[in-house]
Design a binder for this molecule. Sequence first.
Ligand code: G6P
Ligand code: MG
Length: 214
Amino acid sequence: QYRAAIFDLDGVIADTARFHFVAWQRLAKEEGFAIPHVVDDRVKGVDRMASLNIVLEYTDRGYSQAEKDALAARKNGYYVELIKALTPADLLPGAGEVLHTLRAAKVPVGLASASKNAVPVLQALGVLDDFDYIVDAATVTNGKPDPEIFLKAAHALGVDPSLCVGFEDAPAGVTSILSAGMFAVGIGEKDLLADAHEVFPSLADVSLARYFQL
Ligand code: G6P
Ligand code: MG
């Protein structure tokens, strides 16, 4: 039996991956180039600046670090604008139920998201209070696939990493969970998340009783 659950946000709890992509698309278009759809998957779990560097692979133009900072801030402005429309209806299937079941069973719940917008997103979805600890992405030195963010969450929850289950939709996130020594549950497509211990299409397909004392 495991003792704590640690969730990624975008693509696991919140249907926000599409907003990240739309914001990057708008930025690229304004800069005079187009990004292919694979960027949607490539930026999943990847922090803001690293995501920008992926986006900039699709243009020949070089940007200074100051210019990149401005581009990242501009993209974030577009993203923040888009997430203003979020409501509890944007919780991904099963997310609300899973969080409430864990709460009722007194299983500690953490959030390990690379997003600096995690708190307002959780607030808009109406599930902020369902988390015992939210890692502040600004304090993470090494992003996913490094285990740092999942280890920070486990430490704050006071649970040994080997007794934690991590939930992720991105390959980099699954690697982060595995390197942290946790049980990895992939949410999404099996071929994309082949390294995870188990993969389910959505949280609605996860049977919590297999991992936790409910
Ligand atoms: C999540 C998303 C990434 C995003 C990152 C940073 O990990 O999956 O696509 O780049 O958060 O988000 P932020 O809101 O801080 O720009
Ligand atoms: Mg994700």
